[in-house]
Design a protein around this ligand. Sequence first.
Ligand code: FES
Length: 114
Amino acid sequence: MTRYRIGSLADIPLRGSRCVDTPAGRIAVFRTFDDQVFATENRCPHRGGPLADGIVHGHAVTCPLHNWTFSLETGRATGADDGAVAIFRIENRDGELILDLDAIVPEPAEASGD
Ligand code: FES
């Protein structure tokens, strides 16, 4: 486990995100409406859109380029989209955020076929 300090929760707006450059690459860190934090790779598997620029809703993010949506909890695409993004464990230690740089790579979601 490689831990990496990325700063303060207060640096991320509620229902917003921040992009951090780490030894494991560029990682998007999200703060949800209920003040939880999640982290994913920043690159959308569709065509490389920057997920940190996406829209955070619930525990999901929608890519700013073509609107694919990914669960921040599992990394899997939701709805009719397929694919997945790597996720990273993140700890909120009294407002200080510590990222585990060992990526968790989920199995891609199956497209619904609709
Ligand atoms: S690049 Fe993300 S949906 Fe197309």
